[in-house]
Design a protein around this ligand. Structure first.
Ligand SMILES: Cc1ncc(COP(=O)(O)O)c(C=O)c1O
Length: 323
């Protein structure tokens, strides 16, 4: 374990990377290294014996569950991405729901009143504030240019002392994309993501915290909402996914569900890159299941702070040619 004693502030020497000094979006939440480790924290402090998780989620969610040897059961979601709960949740069990794409706050609100031991995975919903008393975790790199980092609201606090993470050696994709291009940084992005696997719970690194303190969140939020509205206005009649969008959700992306496959592949030649949520779901489900269909047919269109209205119009034009 690397240990750096607190010293007096250095004066002089070389000039360091300069970032604006602002406030984090969740300054009073627990700050950890990754979303999966935030889940591990919740599972540990509550001593849960088993967990219900959706088929439609990222494989890394299983990492803490398997590590702790907790029993897990998959559940299905319906066409509105709402959970189908046809089982009893015992007092020692918990239920994990993902605020999909950041557009499922109404479902989160409802579940918070109905479901005991609810855990909200807000990895896709950074801007949706946690509900009081509901264990909720966020993964920062899905929304911002950081290598790692997670926020956690937990009803029970751990007494364990966690080491602080260090992330300067996994930001090569962030620097390379500025100096070269996003394409040239992609290999580093994949490698830097792999390094996040199988780590112990750590405190958020100083670098990640520093970057997160330099962001204009209101601007990011406004742009996401604006871009989402633009895409929804142009594409909602083609979208097979029912969307109840509140004006201030600032979702992660615009989820477009189409009959046609191969849309994402066709967009690559236009330098539009669409991630698949989530390849592991194809292994976990049969072709008859909605989750399997979703994984193959859902096109998650980027709407973040990097893009303006011209970019959205370009995206809409491409899509109209191939839909
Ligand atoms: C839905 C979901 N939950 C949790 C995680 C875990 O977040 P992290 O990579 O910060 O551990 C991810 C992605 O990795 C995710 O997509």
């Amino acid at each position: 374990m690397r240990h750096y004693p607190k010293r007096t502030k250095a004066i002089g020497g070389y000039i360091e990377l300069q970032l604006p000094k602002g406030e984090e979006y969740y300054p009073s939440l627990i700050k950890l290294n990754t979303g999966r480790n935030a889940l591990e924290y919740i599972l540990k402090v509550n001593n849960y014996s088993s967990i219900y998780i959706p088929y439609f989620t990222c494989e890394v969610v299983l990492e803490p569950i398997k590590k702790l040897g907790i029993q897990y059961y998959f559940y299905t979601i319906d066409k509105n991405l709402d959970p189908v709960i046809d089982f009893h949740i015992a007092p020692t069990e918990c239920f994990l729901y993902t605020n999909y794409f950041g557009i499922k706050q109404l479902t989160v609100n409802r579940l918070s009143k109905e479901i005991p031991n609810l855990i909200i995975d807000a990895s896709q919903a950074f801007f949706s504030r946690p509900l009081p008393q509901i264990d909720t975790f966020y993964s920062c790199r899905k929304f911002f240019g950081v290598a790692d980092g997670a926020y956690l609201q937990s009803n029970i606090l751990s007494t364990a002392k966690f080491e602080k993470d260090i992330s300067y050696d996994r930001i090569s994709h962030l620097t390379k994309s500025i100096d070269l291009s996003v394409e040239e940084g992609y290999k580093n992005f994949v490698e830097n993501n792999l390094v996040l696997d199988k780590n112990p719970i750590k405190r958020m690194s100083s670098l990640t915290k520093r970057i997160l303190s330099s962001i204009d969140y209101e601007d990011c939020r406004r742009i996401r909402n604006q871009n989402f509205k633009t895409l929804h206005h142009a594409l909602s009649d083609k979208n097979n996914l029912e969307i109840n969008f509140a004006d201030d959700d600032a979702p992660m992306c615009y989820p477009l569900l189409l009959e046609k496959e191969t849309i994402s592949k066709k967009l690559i030649s236009k330098r539009v890159y669409i991630p698949t949520f989530w390849p592991n779901v194809l292994r976990w489900t049969t072709t008859k299941m909605f989750e399997n269909y979703l994984t193959q047919h859902l096109v998650s269109l980027p709407i973040d702070h990097r893009y303006d209205d011209d970019d959205m119009q370009r995206l809409i034009n491409y899509l109209k040619q191939i839909i």
